[in-house]
Design a protein. Structure first.
Length: 112
Protein backbone atom coordinates (compact mmCIF):
# COMPACT_ATOMS: atom_id res chain seq x y z
CA UNK A 1 0.00 0.00 0.00
CA UNK A 2 1.20 3.50 -0.75
CA UNK A 3 1.00 6.43 1.72
CA UNK A 4 -2.29 7.74 0.33
CA UNK A 5 -3.97 4.34 0.63
CA UNK A 6 -2.71 3.89 4.18
CA UNK A 7 -3.95 7.35 5.16
CA UNK A 8 -7.33 6.64 3.55
CA UNK A 9 -7.62 3.39 5.53
CA UNK A 10 -6.75 5.21 8.76
CA UNK A 11 -9.30 7.94 7.99
CA UNK A 12 -12.03 5.36 7.36
CA UNK A 13 -11.26 3.42 10.54
CA UNK A 14 -10.91 6.62 12.59
CA UNK A 15 -14.23 7.96 11.32
CA UNK A 16 -16.02 4.68 12.05
CA UNK A 17 -14.64 4.61 15.60
CA UNK A 18 -15.62 8.27 16.04
CA UNK A 19 -19.21 7.52 14.94
CA UNK A 20 -19.41 4.63 17.42
CA UNK A 21 -18.17 6.75 20.31
CA UNK A 22 -20.53 9.62 19.43
CA UNK A 23 -23.43 7.14 19.37
CA UNK A 24 -22.36 5.89 22.82
CA UNK A 25 -22.24 9.45 24.16
CA UNK A 26 -25.72 10.20 22.84
CA UNK A 27 -27.00 6.91 24.27
CA UNK A 28 -25.70 7.98 27.68
CA UNK A 29 -27.53 11.32 27.36
CA UNK A 30 -30.67 9.50 26.20
CA UNK A 31 -30.45 7.15 29.19
CA UNK A 32 -30.19 10.09 31.56
CA UNK A 33 -32.99 12.09 29.96
CA UNK A 34 -35.43 9.17 29.81
CA UNK A 35 -34.37 7.58 33.12
CA UNK A 36 -33.73 4.29 31.32
CA UNK A 37 -30.49 3.22 32.91
CA UNK A 38 -29.35 -0.17 31.69
CA UNK A 39 -26.22 -2.24 31.75
CA UNK A 40 -25.42 -0.69 28.36
CA UNK A 41 -25.48 2.77 29.93
CA UNK A 42 -22.79 1.78 32.42
CA UNK A 43 -20.76 -0.07 29.78
CA UNK A 44 -20.95 3.05 27.61
CA UNK A 45 -19.75 5.24 30.46
CA UNK A 46 -16.86 2.84 31.03
CA UNK A 47 -15.94 2.89 27.34
CA UNK A 48 -15.94 6.70 27.21
CA UNK A 49 -13.83 6.93 30.37
CA UNK A 50 -11.48 4.34 28.84
CA UNK A 51 -11.23 6.45 25.71
CA UNK A 52 -10.37 9.45 27.87
CA UNK A 53 -7.59 7.48 29.55
CA UNK A 54 -6.18 6.47 26.16
CA UNK A 55 -6.21 10.13 25.08
CA UNK A 56 -4.37 11.07 28.29
CA UNK A 57 -1.74 8.40 27.63
CA UNK A 58 -1.22 9.74 24.11
CA UNK A 59 -0.98 13.40 25.22
CA UNK A 60 -4.55 14.21 24.13
CA UNK A 61 -4.14 12.70 20.65
CA UNK A 62 -5.89 9.66 19.32
CA UNK A 63 -3.46 6.81 18.67
CA UNK A 64 -4.72 6.73 15.07
CA UNK A 65 -3.73 10.38 14.69
CA UNK A 66 -0.23 9.49 15.84
CA UNK A 67 -0.05 6.72 13.22
CA UNK A 68 -1.58 8.94 10.51
CA UNK A 69 1.18 11.53 11.05
CA UNK A 70 3.52 9.04 9.35
CA UNK A 71 1.52 9.37 6.14
CA UNK A 72 0.71 13.08 5.98
CA UNK A 73 2.38 16.40 6.67
CA UNK A 74 -0.96 18.25 6.72
CA UNK A 75 -1.49 20.62 9.63
CA UNK A 76 -5.29 20.54 9.30
CA UNK A 77 -7.22 19.21 12.26
CA UNK A 78 -9.14 16.81 10.03
CA UNK A 79 -6.23 15.31 8.08
CA UNK A 80 -6.85 11.91 9.69
CA UNK A 81 -10.65 11.75 9.87
CA UNK A 82 -13.64 12.49 7.64
CA UNK A 83 -15.04 15.42 9.64
CA UNK A 84 -15.31 19.11 8.86
CA UNK A 85 -12.17 20.87 10.05
CA UNK A 86 -14.05 22.94 12.66
CA UNK A 87 -15.56 19.78 14.18
CA UNK A 88 -12.24 17.95 14.20
CA UNK A 89 -10.68 20.98 15.91
CA UNK A 90 -13.28 21.23 18.69
CA UNK A 91 -14.27 17.55 18.81
CA UNK A 92 -12.91 16.85 22.30
CA UNK A 93 -14.45 20.00 23.79
CA UNK A 94 -17.87 19.44 22.21
CA UNK A 95 -18.24 15.76 22.99
CA UNK A 96 -16.62 15.91 26.43
CA UNK A 97 -19.20 18.56 27.34
CA UNK A 98 -22.07 16.46 25.98
CA UNK A 99 -20.72 13.38 27.80
CA UNK A 100 -20.45 15.29 31.08
CA UNK A 101 -24.07 16.46 30.76
CA UNK A 102 -25.14 12.87 30.11
CA UNK A 103 -23.04 11.55 32.98
CA UNK A 104 -24.52 14.10 35.39
CA UNK A 105 -28.04 13.15 34.27
CA UNK A 106 -27.29 9.43 34.66
CA UNK A 107 -25.76 9.89 38.10
CA UNK A 108 -28.70 12.07 39.17
CA UNK A 109 -31.16 9.41 38.01
CA UNK A 110 -29.16 6.60 39.61
CA UNK A 111 -28.91 8.37 42.96
CA UNK A 112 -32.49 9.62 43.18
Amino acid sequence: MNKESKLLAIKLIHTLIWVIFVAIIFYIVYSGVTNRLTTYTWIGIGLIIGEGLVLLLFKMSCPLTVVARNYSSSQKDNFDIFLPNWLAKYNKLIFTTIFMVGLILVLYRALS
